[in-house]
Design a protein around this ligand. Structure first.
Ligand code: B16
Ligand code: MG
Length: 217
C-alpha cells in the first residue's frame, strides 16, 4: 500500500482523558491542590512523569524523589482501576467503522501514543488486532511535540513519513505530526488544533472516500 495511517489513543480512539483526570485529581489532593478541568486540558498527550511535574509546578509544591515515584505509581493504579472496566462501548463514535474499512482494504495502521498502558487499553476494547504496529510510552524517548513516536511508527509500517496520515486530539500531537512531515488530522476541539491540515469533530464525519483520496502535502 502507498499510504499508512497512524492513530493517537487517548482522545482519538477512546476517551480515557476522563479517567486520567479523576486519577490526577486524587493524586493532587494529597498535596492539597485542586486540579481543574481547564488545567487538565494541558495534560493531554503529555507523559505521566511530565504530567506530575506540571501539577507540582502549578501547586507550587515539591516532593522527594521517593514521594514522586509513589504519587505516580498510585495515580497509575487508580487509573488502571477505571481502565479495567472498559469495554468496546468505550470506543469513540465512528472509530470502529474507519478502522475496519482501512483494515479490509489492507492499509497499514499503527498506534502512536504517549501512554505506557496503550496495549492494555486496546485489549480491553477489543482493538489490539487492528494495528500492525503499536508505538507507545514504552518505546519512545522524546515526548510529543517531538516527532519521534510517529517516525518510529512510519518506519515500522515501512511507509515514508510524508505518506503517513496522523489522527490527533492534542496540540502537541498535531505539532509532532507536522514536525514529522506527515499529513495531520485534528479530531475534536478546534480551538487548540488550528495548525492541523484537516479538522473534524469526530470520526463519524470522516468518509472512507476522503481517506482514500488524501495526498501527501
Ligand atoms: P500513561 P495519548 C496520553 O495518551 C494521555 O493523553 C496523557 O494524558 C497521559 O498522561 C499519557 O498518555 C501517559 O499515559 O500514564 O498511561 O503512561 O493521547 O498519547 O494516547
Ligand atoms: Mg491524545
Amino acid at each position: 500500500k502507498e499510504k499508512g495511517f497512524i492513530f493517537d489513543l487517548d482522545g482519538v480512539i477512546v476517551d480515557t482523558a476522563k479517567f486520567h483526570f479523576l486519577a490526577w485529581k486524587k493524586a493532587a489532593a494529597e498535596f492539597n491542590f485542586e486540579l481543574t478541568p481547564e488545567l487538565n486540558e494541558k495534560l493531554k498527550g503529555v507523559s505521566r512523569i511530565d504530567s506530575l511535574n506540571k501539577i507540582l509546578k502549578w501547586a507550587n509544591a515539591s516532593v522527594t524523589n521517593e514521594k514522586f515515584a509513589e504519587l505516580s505509581s498510585d495515580k497509575n493504579e487508580d487509573y488502571l482501576s477505571y481502565v479495567q472496566k472498559m469495554t468496546k462501548k468505550d470506543i469513540l463514535p465512528g472509530v470502529y467503522n474507519v478502522l475496519s474499512n482501512l483494515k479490509e482494504d489492507n492499509y497499514p495502521m499503527a498506534l502512536g501514543s504517549a501512554s505506557k498502558n496503550a496495549s492494555t487499553i486496546l485489549e480491553k476494547v477489543g482493538l489490539l488486532d487492528m494495528f500492525d504496529s503499536i508505538v507507545d510510552g514504552n518505546s519512545v524517548r522524546k515526548a510529543k511535540p517531538d516527532p519521534e513516536v510517529f517516525l518510529i511508527a512510519a518506519k515500522n509500517l515501512k511507509i515514508p513519513p510524508k505518506k503517513c496520515i496522523v489522527f490527533e486530539d492534542s496540540e502537541a500531537g498535531i505539532t509532532a505530526a507536522n514536525n514529522a512531515g506527515m499529513i495531520s488530522v485534528g479530531i475534536g476541539n478546534k480551538k487548540h488544533l488550528g495548525h492541523a491540515d484537516y479538522m473534524f469533530d469526530n470520526f463519524n464525519e470522516i468518509t472512507f472516500d476522503f481517506l482514500k483520496q488524501l495526498q501527501p502535502k
